[in-house]
Design a binder for this molecule. Structure first.
Ligand code: NI
Length: 204
């Protein structure tokens, strides 16, 4: 490990630790990341909408592709050193523990880093998390449009590490109904059983 790589590794470790501490503090405060603004006073959700992307097998998909099933959507990127793989792990474990009810739910991972997350890269990545997971990528414009629809912030971290850059991004799970409408969001939770119980309030 070169000195440069060691520095990048240490920086990542510090960021990961900070993220865990900050996440825990927010969670203990019951702070829902200020997401009350995602729903209007009349109860109409401002999250969700049309998207046109390509799945990890190269198939073009839109939000219509998944009509009739719940969508559990998470935005992230395959080079994410910590939060994304941990969240996907928890998400897939939660669905697995739900048994047949999970058949009604399509887990979807949408990249915010289409530059590196090609169709091939997404295919390689999603296989680590189990068959049901679908990975979606697209052009930068397509990804930006999907992220905007879901109010997902993403910003490449400023540095000069070539292809080793990090991407800051919102880390929230969105449960969308069979009609494509927003049902509920979940913040990162380290316990698959808790997440399964929350999802089961809507899907059973
Ligand atoms: Ni991430």
């Amino acid at each position: 490990m070169s000195r440069k790589h060691l520095i990048i590794f240490l920086a990542c470790a510090v960021m990961a630790f900070t993220a865990v501490v900050a996440g825990t503090v927010l969670w203990m405060r019951g702070d829902r990341l200020g997401l009350s603004g995602l729903v209007t006073s009349s109860g109409t959700a401002l999250v969700g909408g049309p998207f046109a992307l390509t799945d990890h097998t190269g198939r073009p998909v839109t939000e219509e592709t998944f009509r009739g099933r719940y969508m559990l959507i998470y935005f992230g990127y395959t080079y994410c050193p910590d939060v994304c793989p941990a969240t996907l792990q928890v998400l897939m474990s939660a669905l697995e523990s739900m048994g047949e009810a999970a058949d009604q739910v399509q887990p979807i991972f949408i990249t915010v880093d289409p530059q590196r997350d090609t169709v091939e890269e997404m295919a390689r990545y999603v296989q680590y998390f189990g068959d049901p997971l679908i990975g979606l990528t697209g052009t930068s414009e397509q990804v930006d449009e999907a992220a905007r629809a879901y109010r997902v912030y993403h910003q490449r971290a400023e540095d000069d590490q070539g292809d080793a850059y990090l991407v800051d991004h919102t880390s929230i799970l969105y449960l969308m109904g069979p009609d494509g409408k927003f049902v509920k969001h979940f913040n990162y939770d380290s316990d698959p059983e808790d997440l399964a119980a929350e999802i089961s309030e809507y899907v059973n």
